[in-house]
Design a binder for this molecule. Structure first.
Ligand code: ZN
Length: 180
């Protein structure tokens, strides 16, 4: 129930149709805080000068995260703290493909750094199999009960990758999120 709010901040207009308003876990807070001549957006943390973002009808809006939908000081952000209650999975990787020797080496590097929760750069040309080289590391993470986010600055990439991850991890619930 209300899982769409876990770890996210939504305005009233963004709530899913299944939203259950009586849920006692819901935390509501002002979308913007006002201090002196400044307002601060609580969604993107942009600090804005009041004079630049005042609305004719009163209140302020955020310029910094307009792409996520306009947010004003008259709105609230609703969230439910992420419970991170992900049961470790046993059968994770359902991908039937195979990696070349070099891809395998890269995949094992990824697996190792994921396990140590370190940063890592995997740099290769389009079509080199970067997505597939993530699979071993992701499978391990899911077995540990971790939650995984794969992020891209391009919506078309998100849309293209999603079915590939669904295919590779058929038993793992996942969601595709983007600004459109
Ligand atoms: Zn903002």
């Amino acid at each position: 129930m209300n899982e769409e709010l876990f770890g996210r901040q939504l305005t009233a207009t963004q709530l899913p149709p299944t939203f259950e308003p009586t849920d006692p876990r819901i935390v509501s807070r002002p979308a913007m805080t006002i201090s002196g001549r400044w307002v601060r957006c609580e969604r993107c943390h942009q600090q804005l000068e009041k004079a630049h973002v005042a609305l004719p009808a009163g209140g302020y809006y955020c310029l910094g995260c307009l792409a996520l939908g306009r947010i004003t000081s008259r709105q609230s952000l609703l969230t439910i703290p992420e419970p991170n209650a992900f049961p470790p999975q046993t059968t994770t990787l359902t991908w039937a493909g195979s990696l070349t020797r070099l891809q395998q080496i890269c995949a094992q590097d990824v697996q190792s750094v994921f396990g140590k929760r370190q940063r890592h750069l995997l740099w290769a040309v389009t079509g080199a199999g970067k997505t597939e080289m993530l699979f071993l590391g992701l499978a391990d993470a899911l077995k540990r009960g971790d939650r995984v986010a794969v992020a891209s600055p391009r919506v078309d990439v998100c849309i293209e990758l999603f079915p590939r991850f669904q295919q590779a991890f058929k038993n793992t619930p996942m969601v595709l999120l983007h600004g459109q």
